[in-house]
Design a protein around this ligand. Sequence first.
Ligand code: SF4
Ligand code: SF4
Length: 320
Amino acid sequence: MLTSQMVKDRAIKGGADLCGIANIDRFKDGPPETHPSSLFPEAKSVIVYASRILKGSYKGIQEGTEWSTYWIYGYGSGIYSALGGATGAIAALLEEHGHEAVASPGGHTLLDEAPPAREPLAADKQPPCIMLHMRVAAAFAGLGEPGWSKVFLTPEFGPRQRFDILLTDAELEPDPLLDEHVCDKCMACVRKCPGSALGGEREAVEVEGREFEWGRVDCGKCKVTHWGLNPKASPFVKKDLPGMQMDVEKVTYDWYEAYRLGFALAERIDYVNLVAQGTAEHGQGGRPGSVCGAVGCVQACNTHLEARGKLTGGVKGDVE
Ligand code: SF4
Ligand code: SF4
């Protein structure tokens, strides 16, 4: 008989560092466009798994010498190949036991600042833009909690991981929700964010009596900073677009506007363009990347949590 432990062991063997499981009931109050049943009506369990972002991937940005490593190992194939391996391994196990497995790339910013809504293709269906909320799914699968930065924090790696999600019709034992707090509201993320993007009004979801909360993110300010258009965070824009002089405190882009601006301007910034072309084989080519290096929401938070002795670092061991 298929058990939750078998699924988790397969996830770790397949390349993930963490794996948790939620039952479908935990999503009952969520918006339909983020509900797993809108994608897979027979889904009974939601499997969420993560790969760690290596601490060393920030080194080049910290030194001011190299920006491609974080791009590849924080966002591209350097981390998603491990998650892809885990997806295939878990899905194969589920299918071998007669179940269906539906992979879904979870989203976060798209849910806050999405492109214009589409019409449903059929009267009884949701519009064709279902996007599971990755951070909520990870919380409901017992892996941790969103920090005040809205970046998801786990007791193992703090803010340093990426997630993928598999839905299945297998009824699996869910993990308990994390009852402790990883985030202690130190606000280091807010203070160190060069985009002034963090610490907006409180948002929260509640399930089984446990509340998960975070501060609203200004996704437009974050995006222009993350993609190197904010001179406070980018050594390149001053050189290649000296007339732009963006004052991030004043910009009011929404996420989608900032996203398109990043694509329009990235190729006009020499170093960003060079890195974009050079990382094409890692699945990150032709697009702007993380120039700010998540210096507030990930780096400052990680430094703080490590200094507090909060992170266990995970114990993957030698997987046989
Ligand atoms: S830096 Fe991390 S622990 Fe501190 S408030 Fe932000 S998310 Fe919470
Ligand atoms: S990615 Fe950069 S701009 Fe966005 S919240 Fe993190 S530190 Fe701030």
